[in-house]
Design a protein around this ligand. Structure first.
Ligand SMILES: C[S@@+](CC[C@H](N)C(=O)[O-])C[C@H]1O[C@@H](n2cnc3c(N)ncnc32)[C@H](O)[C@@H]1O
Length: 594
């Protein structure tokens, strides 16, 4: 956000204009964060500035910035603005309120209730608010990434399991998802002309009250500019700070990876892609109730056909390559043994392989995780699987006490987020030693950790404040104290390789402490190392071809450890320390080695 020079400069210009041209003297910055807008008011020459912030950590940062930069005319109020009264503002209302408390869905941070209170209590009758208004727009889009995933899920499941024409969709936290234009791989195609939904004027009490009370439902007509598929609707906004300074969070021209964009636009997905004709007109209703942006349409299939599943499960089922390879290895073993497996434990995110084998009569009993129960029971119903044949396991620790001998155990020592799966690592060895039948096998056999060093200005920007325009104040120093050094999800963002991919460690299936230093040779490009990008090489059996998790459709996200390592011209290698400790692993470059 602080690296978004466009956003910062637009606010700066609007504030400079209000203070210098309109003679504003007393300013209130609501949700000051690091104090940046208060700082602009100070630069503009405002006499008295009040900056309020409700978050403890942020208000400490603002406090440090104001003290460090000796901004004596800024008063920090560590409170939510709705708790403030005129008393807190030196017994007088202010001339100008500046605020940037917006999220992707505009109203999610409570801007309406905040400004309704502020306008009634804290702002002079003749005073005004920056931003002045927000306009919301809608377009219909095709989002290739979703369709590809759904195809993989269908090919994974439908070949073997009857799904009763069900469409699986990933459960969304709240009414909408966001679309990240920096997300690489996924492509967005705009299929309709844009339609204006509604405008909220932050200088008009009635306009804000109507929006807050849900009276602004706007039904828009979206004309398809070309035929094809629609996969969802994007709602985006234009924030008018004043007459001259407007910032938008989406442009309909071909998507560029504007990495410093502050807000991703909101995406309301259809449950199934829909075919549209050129000039076809689609209808959607955009609303805001109690500060929550929503969009309704009538293009989803009837509810019973749609099953919303956990996003991790959705990504797991879309990873057809991983599942095929694992199933291939299990079946190979089954054929080699020439006997029916009796007890099969499939402890993966979804026991797809176990259900398949059960359905084919290759196994008698399937043990799988309790958390998959709802969906598994539905599927076993549809596929006429005997109820008692599936046993749900709440906890591996308890399961171990049962003394059940298993012919096959499928484990998942890494999670979909690229971290270690504590429960699986903890019990892997005990399950292997105590629960496997004599001819049984446990999968996977081994997992290696692979990594490469990268330079990525994107990574730098999202994990720290790197903005030349902020060099004169202490915001970057204060903020970067808190910048992350841990795992960070890394999609297909712009980066350049500074080394080859190297196997740097093995994942230990136990709970001991492991440490290893590895030398990684640098390639010819000498640039700052911003991250150690890592992924896993999974060997299902001792001699099987490994499955790598750096594929686009991998169930496991790609992650990196954020680094900030300047490479000297003559340096040819670095030493990376890999630590696995209590089910957490981390990698870092050792500073003083050459
Ligand atoms: C999106 S950040 C923006 C920070 C800063 N104004 C900027 O432009 O970089 C919003 C901040 O406002 C704070 N906030 C939101 N609503 C608030 C309110 N009504 N009163 C005080 N703080 C608020 C949040 O805790 C958060 O730190």
């Amino acid at each position: 956000m602080l690296n978004d020079t466009k956003r910062n400069e637009a606010f700066r210009q609007a504030i400079l204009h209000a203070v210098r041209e309109e003679g504003v003297e007393r300013v209130l910055d609501i949700g000051t964060g690091t104090g940046i807008l208060a700082l602009y008011a100070h630069e503009a020459g405002a006499k008295k500035i009040y900056a309020c912030e409700s978050n403890e950590i942020m208000s400490q940062i603002a406090c440090n910035v104001f003290e460090n930069d000796k901004l004596g005319n800024i008063v920090l109020l560590k409170d939510h603005s709705t708790n403030l009264s005129v008393k807190d503002l030196g017994d007088a209302q202010v001339d100008l309120i500046v605020t940037e408390i917006f999220d992707s869905g505009v109203f999610g941070e409570g801007v309406l209730s905040t400004l309704i209170h502020a306008k009634k209590i804290l702002l002079k009758e003749s005073g005004r608010v920056i931003p002045n208004k927000v306009e919301l727009f809608v377009v219909g889009v095709d989002h290739v990434g979703i369709a590809e995933k759904q195809e993989s899920i269908n090919s994974t499941l439908e070949n073997s399991i009857y799904l009763k024409n069900t469409t699986l969709i990933p459960k969304v936290d709240g009414p909408y998802d966001t679309y990240s234009s920096a997300g690489g791989g996924d492509h967005l195609i705009i299929r309709t002309e844009r339609a204006h939904a509604f405008t909220v004027n932050f200088n008009d009490l009635q306009s804000m009250q109507e929006a807050d009370e849900g009276q602004l439902d706007a039904t828009v007509q979206l004309r398809c500019s070309e035929g094809g598929h629609i996969e969802g609707f994007i709602v985006f906004f234009a924030l008018h700070l004043d007459d001259k300074n407007v910032i938008a969070n989406f442009d309909e021209t071909p998507m560029t990876s504007e990495i410093t964009k502050c807000w991703d636009p909101v995406l309301f997905r259809l449950n199934e892609p829909m075919e549209v004709r050129k000039y076809q007109v689609l209808k959607a209703t955009v609303s805001c109730r109690g500060g929550v942006l929503n969009l309704k349409h009538e293009y989803d299939p009837i509810d019973e056909r749609v099953v919303a599943v956990d996003p991790e499960l959705y990504a797991f089922l879309a990873d057809d390559e991983y599942l095929y390879e694992l199933e291939y290895n299990v079946i190979k073993l089954l054929k080699k043994n020439k006997k029916k497996f009796v007890n099969f434990a499939d402890f993966l995110t979804f026991p797809h392989i176990g259900i398949n084998l059960l359905k084919e009569g290759e196994i008698e009993t399937l043990y799988c995780p309790e958390k998959t129960r709802d969906f598994v029971e539905k599927i076993s119903d549809w596929n006429c699987i005997t109820k008692g044949a599936i046993k749900f396991v709440q906890d591996l620790e308890d399961f171990l006490e049962n003394d059940i001998k298993l012919d096959i155990i499928l484990m998942q020592p890494i999670t979909g987020h690229g971290t270690l799966n504590e429960e699986h690592l903890k019990h892997y060895e005990t399950l292997k030693t105590n629960c496997l039948s004599t001819s049984g096998a446990i999968f996977p056999n081994k997992i290696d950790l692979c990594a490469k060093l990268i330079h990525s200005s994107w990574l730098q920007q999202v994990t720290s404040v790197q903005n030349e325009n902020l060099q004169d104040c202490s915001i970057p120093t204060q903020m970067n104290e808190y910048s992350t050094r841990h795992q960070f999800e890394f999609k297909d963002f712009d980066s350049s390789d500074l080394s080859d991919i190297t196997t740097i460690a093995k994942i230990h299936f136990d709970e001991n402490f492991h440490q290893k230093d590895v030398i990684i040779n640098l390639n010819m490009v000498r640039n700052q190392i911003n991250g150690i990008l890592y992924y896993f090489k999974i060997f299902f059996t001792s001699n099987s071809i490994p499955v790598l998790t750096n594929r686009k459709k991998s169930f496991c996200t790609q992650n990196c450890f954020v680094q900030n390592f300047d490479v000297a011209k003559d340096r040819t290698s670095v030493v990376v320390r890999c630590i696995q400790d209590e089910f957490v692993f981390r990698c870092e470059i050792l500073e003083n080695t050459s």
